[in-house]
Design a protein around this ligand. Structure first.
Ligand code: BEZ
Length: 213
């Protein structure tokens, strides 16, 4: 299944480092960052899992749960966790799916045969509390992902949901944001009574509203 933006993310049950895990039950009302990696005991993946573990306080602030996935077995994941803690200075604090039979990898289209017939690619899905896909990305195996960029994207998505604003190129917390072009003038006036800067009729900016809860 090739998942697209706003598709419903499929439910599954699979083994994990925290025991058998049903995705919908585990996710509950949280946002989810589900990320796959090619293989345990590989260098880039080791740094990535350490980076995600270190970001837990930032994920928690945003009501986000992280979960990793590869086709390695639970015993491999648990053995590798020691290396991650020792070399990256952060212990695994999120579950790792052990997709040995590749059931989830097949469901999510994570085996790209030209890259590898057996290993998952380096993909990410951001899933909202309604279980809708809000972001997908796939990186080359040799390039570690930028997890700060994922947090930035989640901040943007949560602002959009709460305040009907979009975020411009290279936006960071505190920068001005853009009123959604789908908002007519009357609705925009109701939501932004202090007004906005109209650069063009479709590019209307306002100071960033308070972060979403
Ligand atoms: C790595 O995690 O270092 C890696 C995995 C697969 C291919 C290349 C690098």
């Amino acid at each position: 299944m090739s998942l697209k933006i706003l598709d419903t993310f499929p439910d599954f049950t699979q083994e994990s480092t925290q025991g058998p895990l049903n995705f919908y039950d585990w996710a509950g009302d949280s946002w989810v960052v589900l990320f796959s990696h090619p293989k345990d005991f590989t260098p880039v993946c080791t740094t990535e899992l350490g980076a995600v573990a270190k970001l837990k306080p930032e994920f928690d602030k945003r009501n986000v749960k992280a979960i990793g996935l590869s086709v390695d077995a639970v015993a491999q994941h648990l053995a590798w966790a020691g290396d991650i803690e020792r070399t990256q200075g952060a212990a695994l604090n999120f579950p790792l799916i052990a997709d040995v039979d590749r059931r989830v990898a097949t469901l999510l289209d994570l085996i790209h045969p030209n890259a590898s017939d057996t290993n998952t690619v380096r993909s990410v899905f951001v899933v909202d509390p309604a279980k809708r896909v809000r972001l997908t990305l796939t990186y080359p195996a040799s390039t570690g992902r930028n997890f700060d960029e994922l947090l930035r994207t989640i901040d943007s998505l949560q602002l959009t949901d709460a305040h009907k604003v979009a975020t411009p190129a290279d936006w960071h917390q505190g920068d001005d944001v853009i009123i959604l072009p789908s908002l007519g003038a009357d609705e925009a006036k109701a939501l932004f009574p202090a007004g906005w800067t109209e650069h063009t009729p479709y590019l209307r900016t306002v100071p960033q509203p308070e972060a979403a809860d």
